[in-house]
Design a protein. Structure first.
Length: 452
C-alpha cells in the first residue's frame, strides 16, 4: 500500500513519543486539517473528495423507532473487487482483505462505491478539540495518559505516535446510548443462534447526577444484558471503564441469572473471552478495540489509502433480515459498501514479558472519525488469524458515527462472529432518551436488571 504521507515516522520507528503541539500545528485545525485533524483536501486523482463538513442533520427522513433513511439508497457500486481482480487493487487492500479473497474465492467480494466523507461533529466538539489540543500527554510510551480534561474527545488531533492514534479511537466522541442488537457466530455451514443483547452506556459528563470533575479518570459506564436465547437470558455484565487503566484498572461485575449471584469479573479485559461469543472474540475485540493498551508496543506505520467499509446504511435498513446478511463464511456482500478513504495504520506488537493471544495487531483507522475500520490479528506463530471489519455508518441526526456491524473472521476455522445489527429489533439505538444515572451502574443494581 502506498504511503500518502508520513507523520513523525522516524519517531514511530524508534519508539520515541512526541509530546505537545506547537501553536502553528494547532492552527492547522480547521484550516488545512479538519477540526479533528484529518486532511481536509481530497487526494490527487479526486477519488477521495475534499471534506466539506459531513452530512447535514437533515440528510434524510427520520423513520419510525429511531431508524433513519439511507441517503444513498439509490446509488450503485462503481465496480467490484473479487478474487479474479483483487491483484490490481492490492496496493489499496489490507493483508486481511487479501486473505479473505483467497479464503473465499467464489463468494467474497467488495462492492466499491463513490467515496463520501460524511462524518462531521457538533461545533462544540470542534471547539473542545482546538481548546485542548496539545495538552494531553502519553505516559510510559503510551500505556496511559495525563492532562486530559474530563469529557474531552480526540485528545491527540495531530498524532505523532502510534499510541496517540489508538488513544484517539478510545476517546472518540460518543453519546449516552440505549441499544438492542444481535450477535451471531455462524458455523461453516451457515447455521447460527442469535444472541440478543440490550445495552445502556453512560458518560460521566452527560449524566445528571455526576460531576465529572470528581471522577476525572472515568471514561464510561457500560451495562449489557442478554435477552435471548433462554439459556442465557438474564445474565448481565457491568463495567466501569477508566481512561488511564494503569492508574485505576477497569472494574467489572457479572450477574449470573442461574445462580442469582453478582461476582467481580477481572477476566473482562484484554484477551478474556467476549460475552457469549463461543470463544470467537476477545473482550478487547469489542468496538474493534477497547481497554488498556499497555500490553503492546504501538508503531505508527503511516497513512494510506484503503478500501474500507463505510456509509453502511444498507445494514441499518429497518426490517432487513439477519438471515439475509449472515451467510456461511462471511456476511452477504449484497448489503456491504466499501469506499476509498485515508487511514492511519498502527501496528501493535506484544511487549516482552506480556502475553496476549494476538501477538500482533494492525489497525486501520479512518481519518475522519478516528474509528478503527479494519484490523488484522496475528497468532503466536506470526500467522494472520482473524480479520475484523467495522462497518461504519453515520447517524446524521445526532452527528455521530458508529458501527452498523462488526465482523471478525477466523480464516483458519472458516467461521466468524457478527455483532451489532439491529434491523429486526423494535428500535434502532436511542441517543435522546432520559440520561442514565449512576445508580443504574452499581453492582447492587445488577440483580434487579437481570431477574428473569
Amino acid at each position: 500500500m502506498a504511503l500518502v504521507h508520513g507523520l513523525a515516522l522516524s519517531l514511530a520507528a524508534t519508539g520515541a513519543v512526541a509530546q505537545g503541539l506547537s501553536q502553528a500545528e494547532i492552527d492547522q485545525l480547521g484550516a488545512d486539517l479538519t477540526p479533528i485533524g484529518a486532511e481536509k483536501a481530497g487526494n490527487a486523482d479526486g477519488s477521495i473528495p475534499q471534506w466539506s463538513g459531513g452530512l447535514p442533520t437533515d440528510a434524510g427522513q427520520p423513520l419510525p423507532n429511531h431508524f433513519l433513511e439511507n441517503p444513498f439508497r439509490n446509488e450503485q457500486p462503481e465496480f467490484e473487487i473479487t478474487a479474479n481482480n483483487y491483484q490490481q487493487y492490492k496496493d489499496k487492500l489490507t493483508p486481511g482483505q487479501v486473505a479473505l479473497f483467497e479464503r473465499y474465492p467464489d463468494t467474497f467480494r467488495m462492492p466499491i462505491y463513490q467515496s463520501r466523507r460524511t462524518v462531521g461533529y457538533p461545533q462544540s466538539v470542534y471547539d473542545q478539540v482546538k481548546d485542548t489540543a496539545g495538552q494531553a500527554r502519553v505516559l510510559n510510551g503510551g500505556d496511559g495518559v495525563e492532562n486530559v480534561t474530563p469529557g474531552s474527545s480526540f485528545i491527540f488531533p495531530i498524532p505523532k505516535s502510534g499510541s496517540e492514534v489508538i488513544w484517539n479511537h478510545m476517546t472518540r466522541y460518543r453519546l449516552n446510548a440505549h441499544r438492542w442488537y444481535m450477535q451471531a457466530m455462524p458455523q461453516t455451514n451457515g447455521s447460527y443462534t442469535l444472541i440478543k443483547f440490550e445495552e445502556v452506556i453512560g458518560y460521566p459528563e452527560l449524566m445528571p447526577d455526576i460531576d465529572p470533575t470528581t471522577m476525572p479518570n472515568t471514561l464510561l459506564f457500560f451495562k449489557q444484558q442478554v435477552n435471548a436465547p433462554a439459556r442465557l437470558a438474564g445474565n448481565v455484565l457491568l463495567v466501569h471503564d477508566t481512561l488511564d487503566q494503569l492508574k485505576e484498572p477497569r472494574m467489572a461485575w457479572v450477574y449470573n441469572a442461574g445462580q442469582r449471584r453478582v461476582r467481580r469479573a477481572p477476566q473482562v479485559s484484554y484477551d478474556g473471552p467476549g460475552s457469549a461469543s463461543d470463544g470467537m472474540r476477545t473482550v478487547d475485540n469489542f468496538s474493534m478495540y477497547n481497554g488498556a493498551p499497555d500490553r503492546y508496543n504501538w508503531k505508527l506505520v503511516g497513512k494510506k489509502e484503503v478500501y474500507i467499509p463505510y456509509n453502511s446504511a444498507k445494514l441499518t435498513t429497518p426490517g432487513l433480515k439477519y438471515a439475509d446478511v449472515l451467510k456461511a463464511g462471511h456476511v452477504n456482500p449484497e448489503h456491504t459498501r466499501f469506499e476509498l478513504h485515508r487511514v492511519w495504520e498502527v501496528q501493535g506488537n506484544v511487549k516482552d514479558g506480556q502475553r496476549h493471544i494476538y501477538s500482533q495487531r494492525n489497525f486501520f483507522i479512518d481519518e475522519d472519525s478516528w474509528m478503527i475500520s479494519l484490523a488484522d490479528h496475528y497468532d503466536g506463530r506470526g500467522a494472520l488469524w482473524r480479520i475484523a471489519e467495522g462497518h461504519l455508518n453515520f447517524n446524521y441526526r445526532y452527528q455521530i458515527p458508529g458501527y452498523a456491524l462488526e465482523t471478525l473472521y477466523d480464516v483458519f476455522a472458516g467461521r466468524y462472529i457478527a455483532l451489532g445489527m439491529y434491523t429486526e429489533e423494535n428500535s434502532a439505538p436511542q441517543f435522546d432518551g432520559p440520561p442514565p444515572t449512576y445508580s443504574q451502574f452499581t453492582p447492587a443494581a445488577l440483580r434487579a436488571a437481570g431477574v428473569r
